[in-house]
Design a protein around this ligand. Sequence first.
Ligand code: PBG
Length: 324
Amino acid sequence: MLFPDYRPRRLRQNENFRRMIRETELSVDDLIYPIFVIEGKGIKNPIPSMPGHYQFSIDNAVKEVQEARDHCIPAVMLFGIPDKKDPLGTGAYAKDGIVQKAVRAIKAKVEDILIITDVCLCEYTDHGHCGVVNKGIIENDATLDLLARIALSHARAGADMVAPSDMMDGRIAEIRNSLDENGFEMTPIMSYAAKYCSAFYYPFRQAAQSAPRFGDRRTYQMDPANSLEAIREVTMDVEEGADIIMVKPAIPYLDIIYRAREEIDLPLAAYNVSGEFAMIKAADKLGWLDGKKVMMETLLAIKRAGADMILTYFAKEAARELTS
Ligand code: PBG
């Protein structure tokens, strides 16, 4: 394929040629929309570092899910912000916990959209870690039972899928067993399988009030330097019974998405996280780039790398672009 015999520009010369040879297509079917839910009524607190996103009380969360459904988005992901926190994060698995109540309210009012719930302790623990803390150590095995309880309580409330984001070892098997034993063998698990210890979660931790009060998450979330380890994590979760595997964050980890896609045949999700969203919004606000174009290019790149679905705060905006 040498010039002048081959001229790549021949097939780029107009939009119909470009359409014909386009390899990747982004669709509204690929999008999952994260939503933050807080106690109270009539509340819609703007999240400063995430323009267009809010902490919604349940009544407003119902409306937001309706809006997502009206945008033809197939699924939302719920994050709960409880009123009270304690060392064992009991609010996370309480029958009348914020997520459990939100799921019931949404299920009663909105049809035709999947409700995925984030399964983690960090929003509910007073220390802000994703596990049980004992003498400053985040304990693995003692946390597993709590995670299984959270997942089960979400399933009981009506969640269509649970998504553990804690990064404890062995949690997928524990959650699968507990769901199966209690008659929820049809509830799928979307595992945050390769979740990195990333500075890109900063806006989320403001939004969800979930920053650790001491230390950091480096003993459980992955080191950004590693990629073989991601394959081990992903493989382990596949063997433990995950239905969908996730890589998180997305843009700085496109190589991991690509590798995971090569290694496994399960559906693959990527989380375009809060910091990735905030950077584009900030630059757009400054007039330093065209936010809409960068958004579409970003989502397309994540898809091209191998993701089948994308969790993104851009979901509504992107859906508008894709369906207009
Ligand atoms: C909870 C959780 C986090 C995110 C999703 N689930 C934060 C964290 O691990 O500290 C981050 C999502 C985002 O930044 O958009 N463990």
